[in-house]
Design a protein around this ligand. Structure first.
Ligand code: F6P
Length: 323
């Protein structure tokens, strides 16, 4: 096996709070073990263009508390072609990059696997607010996003209470409902609509709201996952069917920004360090994950074939506690 001398690092897909502490951990751990480190800007787009620069211990100073990613990120169309992958591989060779740490989601790992098939040694780190990476219980940025949404819910609650209204809040998550179900529980929602569940507005929203009103509730919160969508229409339907004034809020990209929580910083630091340790120990083409609360790693194809789903107990809890 050829020895690894130079490790490249990039962030890809949607940014997530905690990507900066992860970059910092990769760079500083790699330098500690004697590797050379190259920072690749704007994900695979930067790899294609050679937008790459050498990183030092100081390049990652003063970033641990910042949201976003200092390396910036992109969703590259060109890289998703066979030609694009060949071009990216050639550029990795130009810069002497023999191993690449990719911080991003499943889509980013598919790109990394294509590079691995051409001989680059890759490690994936789970970075997305959606927590929708199958091989891992946790993804970098998820905790910060939950806390950002929670803060918004608490504010919305204040005004919903004052006006005796129903608040309908649409949260991110792409095709997954992990953010929605968690903030549904932490925010005490009457109803949570998830893309993973079959939707029945009368059963899932109207009925619990009316039952709540009959028990004396004065305001209501409905969480809608982005994968279900339609917050404005649903708020209108609630108002028409119950007579309760309803307002919709689509939180949008606020959920992606902000200073990472302590939990995200610690996890990102541990995962970034773990990625470099794998390479140091001659292990590569693996995705770093959390399994049963502990750091683990899976071969990239195995990781991409894995499936995960929302724990039905979470749904049950959210319904019981909304009573
Ligand atoms: O994957 C993170 C995420 O914020 C999703 O929740 C959302 O569906 C998507 O990215 C939005 O992407 P963009 O910022 O490209 O509009």
């Amino acid at each position: 096996m050829a020895e690894i001398k130079t490790i490249g690092v990039l962030t890809s897909g949607g940014d997530a709070p905690g990507m900066n502490p992860a970059i910092r951990a990769v760079v500083r751990s790699a330098l500690y073990y004697g590797f050379r480190v190259m920072g690749i800007k704007k994900g695979y787009e930067g790899l294609l263009k050679g937008d790459i620069e050498e990183m030092s211990l100081r390049s990652v100073g003063d970033i641990i508390h910042r949201g976003g990613t200092m390396l910036q990120t992109a969703r590259s169309k060109e890289f998703n072609t066979e030609e694009g992958v060949k071009k990216a591989m050639a550029m990795a060779n130009v810069f002497g990059i023999d191993a690449l740490v990719v911080i991003g989601g499943d889509g980013s790992y598919r790109g990394a696997r294509d590079l691995a098939n051409m001989g680059l040694k890759i490690i994936g780190l789970p970075g997305t607010i959606d927590n929708d990476i199958s091989c891992s219980e946790y993804t970098i940025g998820f905790d910060t996003a939950l806390n950002t949404v929670q803060d918004a819910i608490d504010k919305i609650r204040d005004t919903a209470y004052s006006h005796e209204r129903c608040s309908v809040l649409e949260v991110m998550g792409r095709h997954a409902g992990y953010i929605a179900i968690n903030v549904g529980i932490s925010g005490g929602a009457e109803a949570v609509l998830l893309p993973e569940e079959e939707l029945n507005i009368n059963r899932d929203i109207i009925k619990p709201i009316i039952e709540g009103r009959n028990r004396g509730k004065k305001h209501y919160l409905v969480i809608i996952a982005e994968g279900v969508g339609g917050a404005l229409e649903i708020a209108q339907q609630i108002e028409e069917q119950t007579g309760i004034k309803s307002r919709a809020t689509i939180l949008g990209h606020i959920q992606r920004g902000g200073s990472p929580t302590a939990y995200d910083r610690v996890m990102a630091s541990k995962m970034g360090h773990y990625a470099v340790e794998l390479l140091k120990d001659g292990k590569y083409n693996r995705i770093v994950a959390v399994t049963n609360g502990k750091l683990a790693d899976y071969e990239v194809n195995e990781a991409l074939d894995m499936k995960k789903s929302i724990d039905p107990k979470m749904l049950e809890i959210s319904k019981i506690l909304a009573l």
